[in-house]
Ligand binder design. Sequence first.
Ligand SMILES: *[C@@H]1O[C@H](CO)[C@@H](O)[C@H](O)[C@H]1NC(C)=O
Ligand SMILES: *[C@@H]1O[C@H](CO)[C@@H](O)[C@H](O)[C@H]1NC(C)=O
Ligand SMILES: *[C@@H]1O[C@H](CO)[C@@H](O)[C@H](O)[C@H]1NC(C)=O
Ligand SMILES: *[C@@H]1O[C@H](CO)[C@@H](O)[C@H](O)[C@H]1NC(C)=O
Ligand SMILES: *[C@@H]1O[C@H](CO)[C@@H](O)[C@H](O)[C@H]1NC(C)=O
Ligand SMILES: *[C@@H]1O[C@H](CO)[C@@H](O)[C@H](O)[C@H]1NC(C)=O
Length: 660
Amino acid sequence: MIIRSKLSLTLFLLCTLSLTVTETSASVFNNVSCSSNKTFTPNSTFNTNLNTLLSYLSSNVTNNVRFFNATAGKDSNAVYGLYMCRGDVPFALCRECVGFATLTIASSCPTSKEAVIWYNECLLRYSYRLIFSKMEERPRHKINIPLGDPLVLHSNGFYTALGSIFDELPHKAALALAESNNGYAVKQENTSASVTLYGLAQCTPDLAAGDCIRCVTDAAAEFVKSCCGGSIGASVLFPSCIVRYETYPFYQHSGTSAPTMIKRGGNIGTEVIVIVVVLVVVLVMLFGFGYCFIRIKARKKRKAGDREKFGPEHTVLESLEFDLVTIEAATNNFSEDRRIGKGGYGEVYKGILPNREEVAVKRLSTNSKQGAEEFKNEVLLIAKLQHKNLVRLVGFCQEDREKILIYEYVPNKSLDHFLFDSQKHRQLTWSERFKIIKGIARGILYLHEDSRLKIIHRDIKPSNVLLDNGINPKISDFGMARMVATDQIQGCTNRVVGTYGYMSPEYAMHGQFSEKSDVFSFGVMVLEIISGKKNSCYFESCRVDDLLSYAWNNWRDESSFQLLDPTLLESYVPNEVEKCMQIGLLCVQENPDDRPTMGTIVSYLSNPSLEMPFPLEPAFFMHGRMRRHSAEHESSSGYSTNRSSLSSVNKMSTTAFFPR
Ligand SMILES: *[C@@H]1O[C@H](CO)[C@@H](O)[C@H](O)[C@H]1NC(C)=O
Ligand SMILES: *[C@@H]1O[C@H](CO)[C@@H](O)[C@H](O)[C@H]1NC(C)=O
Ligand SMILES: *[C@@H]1O[C@H](CO)[C@@H](O)[C@H](O)[C@H]1NC(C)=O
Ligand SMILES: *[C@@H]1O[C@H](CO)[C@@H](O)[C@H](O)[C@H]1NC(C)=O
Ligand SMILES: *[C@@H]1O[C@H](CO)[C@@H](O)[C@H](O)[C@H]1NC(C)=O
Ligand SMILES: *[C@@H]1O[C@H](CO)[C@@H](O)[C@H](O)[C@H]1NC(C)=O
């Protein structure tokens, strides 16, 4: 029984497939418009660039994208171009259409510096001007199919239906632009005379949503102007958008678009193959539906559970939650070329959400045993931390075994990329470095005191400080220690989360942490920002003059500026440098009680006249003792004290300390 019904379903699908294929397997040319205003001479640079551009367009359509824009050449000889396939057109037809379009536009407009060509299935245009993201309504082309009697049409509710379709389509197209980046929308409406009207609108996806609405509205207004002759079908084609209506379903309903063309061969062999292929496809689809169904059900149940557990906050949680499918699409399935970093808590990818927002997607290492509810609690907590010097949490995703955090994308990489790069450290002037120090201090202060919860970062270091385009620092990875290691007792942990070189001695050796451990890490970082040198206390190369002792010696000998990064010699402000150095040294004192709080540090930084105490010798200065302590720590926590293995632990980020 089941097999029989599947077989008939298969045959039905096969029929519809071949029907759609035969119906749409040719591109229908509409019109081409060549500008006669601006022309180029054959064999000129512009001509070469134009040919290059057209080849970019026709070659990129093989990547199965329905919209693509490209630029060829530079300056006065640059050529800008784009193509767009109609949103429902199968890729095979899209390829064919764009192929025809490039050939036809080149032969129809042999010397025009600007042209546009329209087919039913695609449009293609190029220009010597920058045409991207600009809404353009000229040149235009209209097609009317005047077959009806206007009066009859009117009395039959035809215009009412038409009006209702094109009232909605501008907004629907703009929404599709924002949500799925294709700007394509369709709508059908019954007239009272049992005629169904089918409408379509599409904007080129480079437009802003508002421009899309304007373009579609203006194009549809042409129906009213020119369709009074009683057209039962019409198209208006602009360079930036197209609209069309008919009394038959001229577009394919979403989901039924045939992914590939199937040639109908004459012999039985191909038909059998086609049946087998379709059968397999149907089976896969059935499985897929079943799987989706189960997933959706599980999700609904989970959401209902959230409503109970999180009370009024479940709406916040819902607004933050993303589907795994969305995240996979945004990161190109976590592809290697999207990977922008590997932090202590997992890999970080650059993603582009459907609304075109750029985000950093942090895929947490999934060895944490933390439950779903705890994870969501932490997400809620992090989402509430909002400060201009903290990286903003955009959302999260928790599905299957994945735990993912989505952050705003900060374009300029992390501070260590600048500080410790032999070339790039020249780019940071003293005033920028001072701004960075102040920004970081404010961000940590917010975590410690100003947010409603006390958050100890526990891994303050330059690679956790991101810089935006204005070189404003943004702290990342806050709240992570709570999220990953949850079974700690407040103030004491058997699991050290942090990075050697930045950890305070009491934390590194005894696992004790407090705000003052963050203050210590901040101090190390301040000295690094001043000197442009890493606190290089690797066990292999821990020389007597490591950064902290070097800074201390210079301070004591009143030769502070020896520490200064030589590239700053032209831009530094002596009393600011001195103040930062003193703050840095105050922060790295051995006794946590001697170290200032972040609040005090922020007031030192913002108030030039405030008196500061003199720092004591920094914690790591006495190397003999440090070595002994660290050896105890390492062996007690099960790591070997072998030197080479220690150095690799040092360089590694914190992942090594996570529970397995
Ligand atoms: C394009 O449309 C215009 C009217 O808008 C018409 O005059 C012209 O003949 C058409 N060109 C082609 C190549 O069909
Ligand atoms: C030619 O340029 C004039 C003004 O410079 C403009 O009004 C006209 O629309 C242009 N014609 C075409 C076909 O682009
Ligand atoms: C342009 O180049 C083609 C072949 O490269 C040549 O046949 C043609 O004569 C050239 N035309 C001009 C105007 O130089
Ligand atoms: C696509 O276009 C780019 C330029 O935008 C070009 O470098 C590339 O070769 C083209 N072809 C393919 C197949 O991607
Ligand atoms: C494509 O268009 C966008 C604007 O929508 C522009 O920023 C981008 O540079 C264009 N790409 C190329 C290759 O010209
Ligand atoms: C239009 O009419 C058909 C039957 O003729 C009906 O199945 C369909 O639901 C109607 N659609 C709308 C939007 O009213």
